[in-house]
Ligand binder design. Structure first.
Ligand SMILES: *[C@@H]1O[C@H](CO)[C@@H](O)[C@H](O)[C@H]1NC(C)=O
Ligand SMILES: *[C@@H]1O[C@H](CO)[C@@H](O)[C@H](O)[C@H]1NC(C)=O
Ligand SMILES: *[C@@H]1O[C@H](CO)[C@@H](O)[C@H](O)[C@H]1NC(C)=O
Ligand SMILES: *[C@@H]1O[C@H](CO)[C@@H](O)[C@H](O)[C@H]1NC(C)=O
Ligand SMILES: *[C@@H]1O[C@H](CO)[C@@H](O)[C@H](O)[C@H]1NC(C)=O
Ligand SMILES: *[C@@H]1O[C@H](CO)[C@@H](O)[C@H](O)[C@H]1NC(C)=O
Ligand SMILES: *[C@@H]1O[C@H](CO)[C@@H](O)[C@H](O)[C@H]1NC(C)=O
Ligand SMILES: *[C@@H]1O[C@H](CO)[C@@H](O)[C@H](O)[C@H]1NC(C)=O
Length: 277
């Protein structure tokens, strides 16, 4: 399901008429891996590895395994180090967020991620092989929450699978949040439509809490995910936290993964200087 998000930003305003449509061509909507930094390797956990000579093969494995990032060792880098590589293609469960804390210098590898612009916010949480998410804890209505998600290159999170509902409920639990708006709504009494653009009828999984969805869909037009893994229908105008999901994208601005790290260091150094004065 995470594959669908790529095409969503441009379609969210037109999905009112998409009730009967279900996405079929998932391959066309697969995210791309963007080159982040050459001669770097991320030490985040691997979901798969292989010995491929071509980047394309490695990217294909990445998509198949739903990796959020990859380390790839191109042939031309093999000579630059006396250390040989075990596997040229490493598919990672998660992607580096701002600061690149698991990045190490390694002339044998280049690091690629589906999240290139902007790089994931330092407070975003990774759900392995699913995506990167963050919670806007401020209670506000759906419209304002949506605006804040979009402002951070994200959208309300898709919950239309058991894996997503379970993992994201866990995320709420871990952050001591009772419930939050997610990416599903009804417009003017229509059937519920996921943020992916698919009508809920396109999938069979349901996690409605007892009493949900309410008949009065025109009024109960938004959906909350609870930390007990249930969906609750709720008026969009009520105020709740918002669960956002990063939308993969690029292009990458060279060095931006480390920009905040450098900035933090500068500030630290400046402060030190201030103390000495
Ligand atoms: C690679 O070369 C460096 C010095 O050039 C040496 O310190 C290191 O042990 C070598 N590593 C291997 C795996 O041979
Ligand atoms: C993968 O390929 C590299 C380079 O050809 C080689 O050194 C390495 O032993 C291979 N690894 C495996 C597990 O076959
Ligand atoms: C990698 O090496 C460069 C230059 O030697 C250095 O500026 C940078 O801080 C190093 N990065 C990491 C993550 O070690
Ligand atoms: C990240 O979260 C911490 C703790 O909740 C907070 O103090 C910090 O300001 C947040 N960082 C950013 C960049 O929002
Ligand atoms: C959008 O982001 C900018 C800069 O990051 C911030 O100044 C602004 O307040 C944000 N707007 C909303 C609605 O969150
Ligand atoms: C909402 O639905 C009603 C009837 O179901 C229709 O008359 C009305 O024009 C619709 N409003 C919008 C904004 O689509
Ligand atoms: C959300 O809140 C804002 C600010 O209070 C308000 O202007 C807007 O109409 C509200 N939207 C909904 C759908 O309630
Ligand atoms: C901060 O920068 C200084 C030099 O400008 C460097 O020696 C130090 O290792 C850096 N610290 C971190 C945490 O990057």
């Amino acid at each position: 399901m995470w594959l669908f998000l790529l095409a969503v930003l441009s379609t969210t305003h037109t999905i009112v008429t998409a009730e009967s449509k279900c996405s079929v061509d998932t391959q066309a909507r697969s995210p791309k891996y963007h080159l982040i930094e050459k001669c770097y390797r991320s030490k985040l956990g691997m979901v798969s590895k292989a010995n491929y000579t071509s980047l394309t093969s490695c990217q294909r494995l990445g998509i198949e395994k739903k990796g959020l990032a990859i380390n790839f060792s191109p042939r031309e880098a093999w000579g630059e180090s006396n250390e040989t590589v075990d596997y040229t293609c490493e598919v990672l469960k998660c992607a580096e967020s701002d600061g690149g804390l698991s990045m190490v210098n390694d002339s044998r590898y280049d690091y690629y991620s589906i999240y290139a612009k902007p790089v994931p916010h330092v407070n975003s949480s990774c759900v392995p092989a699913l995506g990167m998410f963050f919670i806007i804890t401020k209670k506000q209505n759906y419209t304002l929450g949506l605006r804040e998600c979009k402002n951070l290159s994200s959208l309300p999170a898709d919950v239309t699978s058991e894996q997503r509902t379970d993992a994201l409920a866990q995320l709420l639990l871990g952050n001591s949040i009772e419930m939050a708006f997610v990416g599903m709504r009804s417009k003017n009494g229509s059937a519920f439509i996921s943020i992916t653009g698919d009508a809920l009828d396109c999938t069979t999984y349901r996690a409605w809490a007892p009493g949900s969805p309410r008949r009065a869909r025109k009024k109960f037009d938004c959906v909350l995910l609870t930390r007990t893994r249930m969906w609750v229908s709720m008026p969009c105008k009520k105020n709740y936290p918002m669960l956002c999901e990063l939308v993969p994208g690029g292009p990458y601005k060279r060095g931006s993964l480390f920009a905040s790290r450098k900035k933090a260091n500068e500030t630290m150094t400046e402060n030190k200087n201030d103390d000495e004065k």
